[in-house]
Write a protein that binds this ligand. Sequence first.
Ligand code: 6MZ
Length: 404
Amino acid sequence: KENDFKGNYHNNIGPRASSSLYFFLQKIPKVELHAHLNGCIRPGTLFALAEEKCVTLSSHHFQPTKKNDNDQTLIQGDDDEDALLYNVQPRSLQDCFDMFAEIPRCVNDVDSLRRITLEALHDFAAHNVVYLELRTTPKVLNAECDKRTYLETVLGVMNEFEQSYTRSMTCRLIVAIDRSLSEEEACENVDLAIAFRKSTLSADRIVGMDLGGNPTRGDFHCFRPHLERARQAGLRITLHCGEVADCDMTSNITHADETSCSTYSEVQAMLDFHPDRLGHALFVPNTFWSSQERRIPVETCPTSNVMTLELAQHVRGHLMEGLQQHPQLREWLDTQYPLAIGTDDPGVFDTNPTKELWLLCRAFDLNVSIICRLVEQSMEYAFCDEATKRRLQEDIHEEMLLLL
Ligand code: 6MZ
């Protein structure tokens, strides 16, 4: 029974294709290192909140469909794995950021924040995620909820969840900086992360900082001193890096080099900063991948990349064929580059952790032992303390052995 948790929320476990690859992958223990809280919102919840709060959502971006609604009754009879190969709704980078701008109009108080956090945790646990690093940008939601309360709320839900849920999922939080916002905002977020880290109640829970947000806005150089301060305080750093290139991405995806990448100097500065992990890293100079001493682990998010790079646009929306056009994945897999597979924004991209692994297997013809090894190795790149990491690595290894 996959949804034996207490609580009123439905979870999203995807199709029930027994004895299928998908079904096997759903059962393996997983590690999720790249997921944005507000991007995890279930479409059904977004619509419910919009109705409750009388918010009119952009009809172009938010369309309830059978495939991306997480109500179990809609997916129970769905045995067709191959139907998953098509993205029901294309999401360009611009679409995503239009959606991110609308979500906070509905998630605008502590109750709705609690709800989306709890649902996100249930959804990851339903896919047998055993270690989750969720990230979020602290926000002022209303007069009662400042950035501190925002983080306290998310941390509070994590505590409750870990104590009450019957399956164990270790949850950690990464505090994000939105590069489209001011340096002052970034400074506040770093201050908060450091303060929470000093507090005995949340010291272990907040493990790092992320720089994300619309990659076409802002500049890493402004945020660098703030991230450096966070690092000095013991927080680990992950940077969204090289998510967009200068070339015409819709017509010709090529490896970035020094001439094709207008963000080259920013990417270079990010690499020189030597973060603990890189997010996406789609357009990074080729020389970086071949340099053996600088193998910074990459958080890669297959569906998100196919969507934002619009790789499936010319192949009838076929996700697998789109993924085969990914600028780096094949090389990363061939060279066994350190990778962690993430969902990025499961609510926005209509995905889940099982589907990401499944898509990778299908697109690159990987066998299950390779995917299991990939997942197991990705725990090495987690930001939690060493003792927790070792314990989870042992648990994951044992569970994998039982399944394989
Ligand atoms: C960069 C992204 C992102 O923080 O409000 N975010 N940043 N690239 C992406 N690729 C598609 N997906 C999500 O979660 C939503 C926020 O996460 C960042 C954006 O800043 C977005 O507004 P939180 O919980």
